[in-house]
Design a protein around this ligand. Structure first.
Ligand code: NDP
Length: 332
């Protein structure tokens, strides 16, 4: 396997051209290329250029509308509803998060409920941007069944990511963003592509046996939730928040309706924003900074998000799998 060197600008242009030539309008192409470039910049490798061919499959089949835009409604002082009208989730987020931020700042708390949009991206871009505005954020989304509930060997949950971001004055937010599967399927696919093993407990073969071979999990096997029945409970919570609560599908319903073109299916997303300025009458920033300092003083501890933020400081080229780059170029 060989890598080629691409500047962040070249990554943006490569992605933008492909989105534009495959049915996205200028605005959608820019939003998607920016997302892909930022994922590569931060080292979110399973959600950068690696995802472009799948997005293109969804655009080519007509499942995703690259020229659509969401309908955004303010339902009450604390609820924003965005119907994605089959556009890509980053486009919906781009247009609806400013409304969420405004309501949360005014009223202390606000929820953004997203339906009918196509999510396949990392979740930190949405929580981080909310926390950069001084708000606490929680976001989650479901997908198609890939994860067995505790006690089963058959998939029901998506890999159901959840992200949490905590604002800090004069510092980047503290952000975690994780699949509730023991490993994101994207990471399993990267391990398969690169020929690495995965830890035991990541998933089962199609016969329900433990395996360290990512191919056996990705091709017909099943992922396990992290942390046994505890992770299973959190994955269930994500199904409920991003499904029944926002008024969209559970993962198994998504799979029943999807055309299986390989692109991200239509689904919902739940985002909560909370204003610590409104809730806390203490100096919450100093208080939480002391907590983070204490945490970091306790051995080999790092804060979630620190790896990405460190990567972000490097403005130099990124080294991308050559086969992947050629595949993306062939989609032009
Ligand atoms: P990881 O397990 O790599 O990381 C999860 C979180 O833990 C990150 O915030 C990471 O921060 C943090 N972290 C990792 N190692 C440490 C450590 N040693 N100490 C403290 N914090 C640590 O992520 P996943 O594989 O679970 O998920 C990868 C991506 O896949 C996510 O962005 C997720 O949103 C996305 N995803 C999207 C789906 C979708 O349908 N849209 C489905 C499933 C996953 P850091 O980044 O700084 O390393």
């Amino acid at each position: 396997m060989s890598n080629i060197s691409l500047s962040l600008e070249e990554i943006f242009i490569l992605a933008k051209n492909v989105f534009f030539k495959n049915g996205c309008d200028e605005e959608t192409s820019n939003i998607m290329a920016d997302l892909v470039m930022k994922a590569e910049r931060d080292g979110s490798l399973s959600h950068g250029l690696f995802r472009v061919p799948a997005y293109v499959s969804g655009l080519k089949s007509g499942k995703i509308n690259g020229k659509s835009s969401p309908d955004i409604k303010i339902i009450s002082a604390s609820v924003v509803k965005a119907n994605g009208n089959n556009c890509l989730a980053p486009v919906v987020l781009n247009k609806s998060i400013p409304e969420l931020i405004k309501l949360a700042k005014e009223n202390g708390v606000a929820i953004l409920s997203i339906t009918n949009s196509h999510h396949m991206a990392a979740m930190w871009p949405e929580t981080e941007i909310i926390a950069e505005q001084g708000l606490v954020a929680i976001a989650c989304t479901s997908y198609k069944p890939a994860v067995a509930p505790a006690g089963s060997i058959k998939p029901l949950f998506g890999t159901n990511p959840i992200s949490f971001a905590w604002p800090r004055k004069n510092k980047p937010p503290v952000v975690f963003d994780m699949a509730t599967a023991s490993m994101a399927m994207g990471e399993v696919q990267v391990a398969k592509r690169e020929g690495h093993k995965v830890p035991l407990g990541t998933g089962l073969t199609k016969e329900g046996k433990d395996t360290m071979d990512p191919a056996e999990i990705a091709d017909g096997g099943v992922l396990l939730p992290f942390g046994g029945y505890k992770g299973s409970g959190i994955a269930m919570m994500v199904e409920l928040l991003a499904g029944a609560l926002v008024g969209d599908n559970f993962s198994y319903e998504t799979a029943e309706k999807d055309n299986n073109d390989g692109g991200p299916p239509s689904g919902g997303e739940f985002i909560l924003a909370i204003s610590p300025d409104k809730l806390s009458d203490t100096d919450w920033d100093t208080h939480s900074s002391k907590f983070f300092d204490k945490m970091k003083s306790m051995g080999d501890v790092r804060l979630p998000g620190e790896r990405r933020h460190k990567n972000r400081l490097d403005k130099g080229p990124r080294y991308i799998n050559e086969d992947l780059v050629n595949k993306i170029k062939s989609l032009n």
